[in-house]
Design a binder for this molecule. Structure first.
Ligand code: SF4
Length: 220
């Protein structure tokens, strides 16, 4: 099947299954908080980040407070997220830069976002899509795995790099659907298409899924 058509069908079916496509990080609509939570979520679960952040944001309610914070004190609040020293260093440094260079506002473009400590394309796309409503593919582990299995990124199911996945999906998913599709991949990855044991027998996408097609052929 043509990949643009395949992407359309997947978007349509997943939007029926998950009408409310929202970020699983509870950032309350605040761009800086999403940036902070995005950084904390590296090698950590969104659930853990949601548990840790209320106390962190009570102590540092905005970018100005974090910019003046002691790195060691930030680290104590985020200890259970792992990599706490490097994350604390990045949170402080990104906040200082936002205050000093961007007048306290989170930038609305990829180029500037990538100048912030600890911010890579994944977090930058999360900000661009969720905060600024721009076309943005968040190539996280669910997005990479599921899009490869479905055959959206190529002719085999081997996962591509985050950059290649982002590029492949950007070319075939409608701009207005991109951010929502990535949120839906996260939900779908948790419910149905998990990394270790995908539930292909109950999957709404099984008839158009490349992995399922290959698995069925191999059994015959
Ligand atoms: S059929 Fe299986 S591998 Fe394909 S999308 Fe569904 S759960 Fe994932």
């Amino acid at each position: 099947m043509d990949k643009i058509l395949l992407a359309k069908q997947i978007c349509a079916r997943l939007s029926q299954k998950y009408p409310g496509a929202v970020c699983s990080l509870s950032y309350g609509g605040d761009p800086w908080r999403l940036l902070v939570m995005g950084r904390l979520s590296a090698q950590c679960t969104d659930e853990r980040v949601n548990i840790v952040c209320p106390a962190l944001f009570e102590r540092y309610p905005d970018v100005y407070a974090m910019a003046e914070a002691e790195q060691d004190e930030i680290a104590k609040y985020i200890f259970s997220c792992g990599l706490y020293n490097s994350k604390a260093r990045d949170l402080k440094a990104m906040s200082v830069r936002i205050v000093t260079v961007y007048n306290g506002k989170v930038p609305d473009n990829m180029e500037d976002l990538l100048t912030l400590s600890g911010v890579g394309r994944k977090i930058a796309n999360l900000i661009l899509g969720d905060i600024f409503g721009k076309p943005a593919i968040v190539a996280d582990t669910h997005c990479i795995r599921i899009s490869a299995r479905l055959g959206l990124c190529g002719d085999d199911i081997k996962p591509l790099s985050p950059e290649k996945t982002e590029k492949a999906l950007s070319a075939i998913v409608e701009p207005g659907e991109q951010a929502a599709l990535c949120h839906r991949f996260v939900m779908f990855g948790r419910d149905v298409c998990s990394a270790r044991s995908p539930s292909c027998d109950v999957c709404e996408l099984s008839d158009i899924c490349l992995k399922n097609h290959l698995d069925t052929n191999n059994k015959e």
